[in-house]
Design a protein. Structure first.
Length: 76
């Protein structure tokens, strides 16, 4: 469905509120149960480079910034 036809459908269904409600219900995005988009960094909201171990829920960049404050040591 193209953008123009999507807006056209909304214009047509504004006068029919029950059909608009049904259209929105069936075309809403699904709730995710797995995948990359499910895990977000709780500090900045990034999706990539997610550290889930020890229930941290941080991206790798945020982890590097606050690792010493939460008790991790760098061995190298």
């Amino acid at each position: 469905m193209t953008v123009s036809s999507h807006t056209k459908v909304f214009k047509q269904l504004k006068v029919k509120p029950l059909k608009l409600k049904k259209f929105i219900k069936h075309n809403a995005p699904k709730e995710r149960s797995c995948g990359k988009a499910l895990n977000k960094c709780k500090r900045c909201g990034r999706l990539g480079g997610h550290i889930n171990k020890y229930k941290l829920h941080l991206c790798r960049q945020c982890f590097r910034e606050i690792a010493t404050r939460i008790g991790f040591k760098k061995y190298s």
